[in-house]
Design a protein around this ligand. Structure first.
Ligand code: MOS
Length: 749
């Protein structure tokens, strides 16, 4: 991956340090010239093409497949069905941790959701595979599916990736009894599908017991373990390359059935196989954000202070696995409230299993809760920002812990100032633009936990004055390569150009999952530690050697900068890395670093990134057309490694929030259970023409507790807050409170 370490330095703000600089993307040139090799771009010799055959019913069983007709088609090599699917080393239904999803993998003829793979056709060309698939002409015995939230609910033990389903603090009944007013409302969020531009893809090649995979993944090590378990392979013998992802958003965190089926097809045929999903095939087997129905109750006293908060979410999961969108949790950390209760209930319906999708829980939960907070502000007769400041949490409500850092007040202030919030009339329908459209201003709070997993990295210093940093990290398009190369260069005391940053394969040290907005914290701190460890080794060589000008300085008495070690107390006592290694007779030295979240700090502090989003909408009073004029987000998320990448993450997140409020919705046909808009024409996401006036403000925040580099995540927070800010702006424009998302034209006139 050395080619992607060719960084273009941007304007320098602080001399001598790469961290904090707005470097342009390390992989930018490769991407804009089409030179970046994505998984599906690989064509090993003897390659076969596989397609999945998705079920056209949502519940029942396959009664016949015309395998003979498909096999007889020119170019078709094999048809994989439950009859001939190669045996696996473990039942794909088994699940040993909550990040693992149950899979079917042609285990039987049962159909559990529309789009479930019922066969795989493998051919010499993609066209032949598709034609063979069409000839299979499946017949079904169909049962009546349930695809709505109206099914009988059950009480789950856990939601999301193993979070408690219910939490209580204080006396909620007493809190509501003490309230001057109780605001209660029900919000609905639809099923949403990740729809990364790059579909799920795998190119699989066996060489004996060794498996080579080109496959986009947000979790190299996790994917390797999952595949090792399924196929009974030694993890060391599985080599996954994932240098670039065309987006993941949570859907590429866990191995899903299409990738596993691609590997099975390679096993069955004994030849390399490529399997790439078509757009419509991504609506089912690779996860989605499950639909929710959320009931929020807020008690407020005569002064507008919250007395109680109750948030109940009903969420959907599949018939065969558990992933409930953890929407109710968001209020546990947001506002000062003496009593709160958050709970979830599940319904099992005939859909593919929901999974992590950008800000799982926080996105769907905050659009409901922050709408309810806006409703409460109106009930209290208060400005929505003043209401939030009145209820500002100085400690985390659920735990009573202080925040490791919380620059939310600064976010409110800077966002409001930039937006011009101060001139806002309190009542709705007070503003119009020159063409007569209703104008509305709304705002909401953004929050996302600062998460960190365990990660590793390995650093090398070479006699020629260059360095290497190896970390099996993931660039999903967020700019990870660039930010990590910056951290690597600073940790090694080298310019970025002198560091060969290697990443994106499972053969490198496991640098942790790219999920939960944790990757920069996890891999970044591991890289920082590996760099410090190799510099420490180098310093030991110098300070113990009488021939070095650094002799006797002690390891802590020297600093690494521009390829040299220099005494902290005497700038003239300095020696190049190259000289130190040459004298020691070494070509290179290496060291490893590991980072993980600090249990003691976790115990002592609540750790979150915060933000405030302000929105202006224009609504046509006759047609209901909604136009987003302006969106200003101000976010504080600890140390910023690269402001250009961070701003881009915030803007991308805010566009997702806009999409949540106004565009995205998968629509099920209730009779067949199929999704009727499984394509980019009808599953609406914002296009450039929908986006204008976007601005992200990076509010400075220093966090001495969250991790050594003080990094919080930035990938997911932008989607939180934004959706509700828009819903609240639409209320301010029209006086119509829409509680079902996305907000449509018909509901606002
Ligand atoms: Mo994310 S939904 O943790 O990739």
């Amino acid at each position: 991956m050395s080619e992607i370490a060719q960084l273009t330095p941007g304007p320098r703000q602080r001399h001598g340090s790469n961290i904090g600089q707005p470097l342009t993307r390390a992989d930018g040139r490769l991407k804009v010239t089409g030179a970046a090799v994505y998984a599906a771009d690989n064509h090993p010799d003897g390659l076969l093409h596989a397609v999945i055959v998705p079920a056209k019913i949502a519940r029942g069983r396959v009664t016949s497949l015309d395998v003979a007709a498909a096999r007889a088609h020119q170019g078709v090599v094999e048809v994989m069905t439950p009859e001939n699917r190669p045996p696996l080393a473990m039942d794909p239904y088994e699940k040993s941790n909550p990040l693992m999803f149950r899979m079917h993998l042609l285990s039987d003829p049962t159909v559990r959701y529309a789009g479930e793979p019922i066969a795989v056709v493998i051919a010499e060309t993609l066209e032949a595979a598709k034609e063979g698939a069409a000839l299979l002409a499946p017949r079904y015995e169909a049962d009546t599916p349930e695809v709505t939230l109206d099914a009988e609910p059950y009480t789950p033990e856990a939601v999301g990736p193993g979070q408690p389903a219910e939490a209580t603090k204080g006396d909620v009944d007493a809190g509501f009894a003490a309230a001057a007013q109780v605001i209660e409302a029900v919000y609905e969020t639809p099923p949403q599908y990740h729809n990364a531009m790059e579909p799920h893809a795998v190119v699989a090649r066996f060489d004996g017991d060794t498996l080579f995979l080109d496959m986009p993944t947000q979790g190299l090590a996790m994917s390797r373990m999952r595949i090792a378990g399924l196929f009974g392979l030694n993890p060391e013998n599985i080599h996954i390359r994932s240098p670039f992802l065309g987006g993941g958003f949570g859907s590429k965190g866990s191995v899903s059935s299409p990738e596993a089926l691609g590997i099975l097809a390679a096993l069955l045929t004994g030849r390399p196989v490529k399997l790439v999903l078509a757009r419509e095939e991504m609506f089912g087997p690779v996860g989605h954000r499950g639909q929710t129905r959320q009931t929020v109750r807020l008690g407020i006293d005569a002064e507008g202070a919250l007395t109680a908060l109750d948030h109940l979410t009903r969420a959907a999961t599949s018939r065969f696995d558990d992933f409930l969108e953890p929407s109710s949790g968001v209020g546990q950390s947001l506002y000062n409230v003496p009593a709160l209760h958050t709970a979830h209930e599940g319904v099992r319906i005939d859909i593919g299993t929901p999974s992590f999708m950008r800000a799982p829980g926080e996105a769907s939960g905050s659009i409901a809760l922050e709408s309810a907070i806006d409703e409460a502000a109106y009930a209290a007769g208060m400005d929505p920002l003043a209401f939030r400041l009145k209820n500002y949490a100085e400690v985390e409500p659920i735990s009573g812990k202080p925040f490791s850092s919380k620059a939310l007040k600064e976010c409110y202030r800077e966002g409001a100032e930039r937006f011009g919030w101060a001139g806002r009339p309190l009542q709705p329908r007070q503003m119009r633009d020159p063409s007569g459209r209703l104008l509305g201003w709304g705002m909401a709070t953004a929050i996302f936990p600062a998460i960190m997993f365990q990660g590793n990295a390995r650093a090398v210093l070479r006699r020629d004055g260059t360095g290497v940093m190896e970390a099996g990290a993931h660039d999903m398009g967020q700019g990870a390569w660039t930010a990590f190369a910056q951290i690597a260069a600073d940790s090694l005391g080298l310019p970025v150009e002198a560091v060969d940053f290697r990443s994106g394969t499972s053969d490198l040290p496991d640098a942790g999952l790219a999920g939960g907005s944790s990757h920069t914290a996890t891999a970044g701190n591991a890289i920082h530690r590996a760099g410090a460890a190799v510099i420490d080794k180098l310093a030991s060589l110098a300070v113990a050697d009488e021939r070095s000008p650094l002799f006797g300085a002690g390891n802590v008495g020297v600093v690494a900068r521009e390829g040299r070690l220099t005494r902290r107390d005497d700038e003239t006592a300095t020696e190049s890395f190259a000289d130190i290694l040459t004298r020691a007779g070494l070509e290179e030295i290496a060291a490893e670093g590991q980072a993980a979240s600090d249990a003691a700090a976790q115990e002592a502090y609540a750790m979150h990134a915060h933000g405030a989003v302000f929105a202006e909408v224009a609504v046509d009073p006759e047609l209901g057309q909604i136009r987003v004029n302006r969106l200003v987000g101000a976010f504080a998320a600890g140390r910023v490694i690269n402001p250009r990448m961070v701003e881009s993450q915030y803007l991308g997140g805010m566009i997702w929030g806009l999409s949540f409020a106004l565009h995205e919705k998968a629509v099920h046909d209730r009779r067949s259970g199929r999704i009727v808009n499984a394509n980019f024409a009808e599953y609406r996401v914002p296009v450039n023409a929908d986006i204008q006036g976007l601005e992200a403000i990076l509010v400075p925040e220093e966090d001495p507790h969250v991790n050594p580099l003080g990094i919080k995540g930035v990938g997911e927070i932008g989607i939180t807050g934004t959706g509700a800010a828009l819903a609240n702006a639409i209320f301010h424009a029209t006086g119509k409170r829409v509680r079902s998302f996305p907000i449509g034209l018909a509901e606002v006139v």
